[in-house]
Design a binder for this molecule. Structure first.
Ligand SMILES: Nc1ncnc2c1ncn2[C@@H]1O[C@H](COP(=O)(O)OP(=O)(O)OP(=O)(O)O)[C@@H](O)[C@H]1O
Ligand SMILES: [Mg+2]
Length: 341
């Protein structure tokens, strides 16, 4: 039985259809990530689940209960906002205690202390509990914001790009920690982001959002290796998959409708001069330490290839290459299951 269910959900703001025909099940203990660019409807979806917006059509159920007329405060959910909002005049401890001290909970201080102690340990902020909330680094503040959600032990966590305001190193550290915490607690999380690495590393499953619609749902591996459109294919993978008009290739395709051919950077391979089926000219060599991206001019198009970091290739040199595992698309960008031969 799904923990959270979106059933044919629509949300409009005037003429804007922010969320369209969303059908989604999030299972108990699942880390579900929705991946989409700015304006795709991510925040709106979370706000609908939290009860901060109401659905124009369809309904949302949490633990099999229709949430339609359930107030946000009565839904057993915790929301971690994109911009962390702590009470600046309070200590870290009091910030964490705040949701537990509500009259409805009536939780004894000794229990609150125990629970905060555990969460602070998990988040590695035990030594900061007496600090003022303002006297913390950005990463620590974000941990406290996540901690405020964790102490409540809700049925469902809603997280709106909680790591996006952090620097790259902290983001990577917290990403690993968040996954560990989720697994330790068996928490059910609906997490939205525009960051493909977060989606790949955090998600048990990923839903790809486009203009308010979920266009594909699957495990990270399924979405990466079996995208149903060029839109989905280009969401995952760094550098991005190469998508070129079929006229660039001499291959024969089993389907007539093929218009574009997708080739992932790791499926292109350099060959000794003249030994590959195709040739291209080096435009730029991008050294990234552990890997190197080779940017090539190929017919009128640009392609990118992963090559060993010790490459000595230089701009204007001609290279020979082959490819494998092409992904075929029609002119609308939809995936075709045809083969090349
Ligand atoms: N309260 C509102 N009134 C009018 N339009 C809104 C409102 N909230 C969202 N929208 C519109 O709905 C669409 C989806 O917005 P939403 O905030 O859900 O996107 P998002 O995916 O969270 O984007 P971002 O990555 O920038 O946070 C956008 O076109 C946005 O302008
Ligand atoms: Mg948003």
């Amino acid at each position: 039985m799904p923990k959270l269910k979106f059933n044919h959900v629509f949300k409009r703001f005037g003429d804007i259809e922010a969320v369209k025909q969303i059908n989604l099940d999030v299972k108990e203990g699942e880390f579900m990530v929705l991946l989409g660019p700015t304006g795709a409807g991510k925040t709106t979806l979370l706000r609908l689940a939290a009860g901060l917006e109401t659905c124009d059509e369809g309904d949302i159920t949490l633990a099999n209960r229709n949430m339609h007329s359930v107030a946000p405060s009565e839904r057993d959910v915790a929301f971690v906002f994109q911009q962390y909002s702590l009470y600046p005049h309070m200590s870290v401890y009091d910030n964490l205690a705040f949701p537990l001290r509500s009259k409805i909970r009536n939780m004894p201080e000794a229990d609150i202390k125990k629970r905060i102690g555990k969460v602070a340990e998990v988040l590695r902020i035990s030594h900061k509990l007496q600090n003022k909330a303002t006297k913390l680094s950005g990463g620590e503040m974000q941990r406290v914001a996540i901690g405020r959600a964790l102490v409540r032990r809700p049925a469902l966590y809603l997280m709106d790009e909680p790591l996006s305001s952090l620097d790259a190193k902290l983001r990577a550290d917290l990403r690993v920690e968040l996954k560990r915490i989720q697994q330790e607690l068996g928490a059910t999380i609906l997490y939205v982001t525009h960051d493909q690495i977060e989606a790949m590393t955090l998600g048990d499953r990923i839903g790809v959002l486009k203009d308010g619609e979920i266009v594909q749902v699957g495990t990270p591996k399924e979405i990466y290796s079996n995208p149903n459109s060029d839109y989905v294919a280009t969401r995952l993978g760094l550098p991005q998959i190469n998508v070129l008009p079929k006229q660039c290739f001499d291959e024969h395709f089993s389907e007539e409708d093929v218009a574009f051919v997708g080739v992932r950077t790791e499926h292109l391979s350099l060959k000794a001069s003249g030994e590959g089926k195709y040739s291209a000219v080096v435009r730029r060599v991008e050294h990234l330490g552990d890997q190197c991206h080779l940017h090539l001019d190929f017919h009128q198009e640009k392609i990118t290839m992963l090559v060993p970091s010790n490459t000595t290739l230089k701009p204007s040199e001609r290279v020979s290459f082959d490819f494998m595992n092409p992904v075929l698309f029609d002119k609308a960008g939809l995936r075709l299951r045809g083969i090349t031969y």
